[in-house]
Write a protein that binds this ligand. Structure first.
Ligand code: DLZ
Length: 169
């Protein structure tokens, strides 16, 4: 369904159970920062509202959406280390990673390359580690559409991404 017909923040909160031990990674793109900051805010507020603890949320930034995939993969890099090692070094390996970005259609084909690479890369990382990696990336024709979907009249894709992660877990 086109997002113009849907508010991205509408969801039924719903007994996700005890999320106090749930670990979430968030990778945020710095490109179109005004938008990605708003997505991040929506994601954080939703996770915390649903019971995820702040200390169990790991956040990393990357320069642009193209780099989201590698950022997500890095978050899983210690997945096979033993628990003692992770505890000693304070390493948190997330149960799910949420990727937040905003790609706005320009005059070059960059848009297509970035969107395709991110969609494919996110899918691959999730399958490789068998953990949810969420596509919280706005892909819009213009800035106004991005504003409308990052806390504006169509809600906030960051909220949708948070709920999707919790549902997948
Ligand atoms: C280069 C570029 C362009 C033109 N547009 C966007 C965009 O709309 N959204 C975004 O997140 N990133 C953009 N980038 C940066 C690329 O994602 C990437 O960081 C650079 O191509 C370097 O690899």
């Amino acid at each position: 369904m086109a997002t113009a017909l849907k508010n991205l923040s509408e969801y039924t909160s719903s007994g996700f159970g005890d999320l106090s031990q749930t670990r979430i990674g968030i990778v945020v793109s710095e490109w179109n920062e005004q938008i990605t900051n708003a997505l991040f805010q929506g994601t954080m507020e939703t996770l915390i509202k649903e019971g995820v603890k702040t200390e169990n949320i790991v956040v990393k930034t990357v320069p642009g959406s193209f780099e989201l995939t590698l950022g997500a993969q890095k978050m899983f890099k210690d997945i096979y280390q033993d628990d003692e090692y992770k505890k000693a070094l304070g390493i948190i390996v997330p149960d799910a990673v949420i990727c937040l970005g905003c790609v706005i259609q320009g005059e070059t084909r960059h848009f297509d390359f970035i969107c395709n690479a991110v969609a494919l890369g996110i899918t691959e990382v999730g399958l490789r580690y068998d953990r949810p990696v969420i596509f919280g990336v706005l892909t819009t024709d213009n800035l106004q559409q991005a504003i409308d979907r990052s806390g504006g009249k169509h809600g906030n894709k960051g909220v949708e991404a948070a709920i999707t992660a919790l549902k997948m877990l």
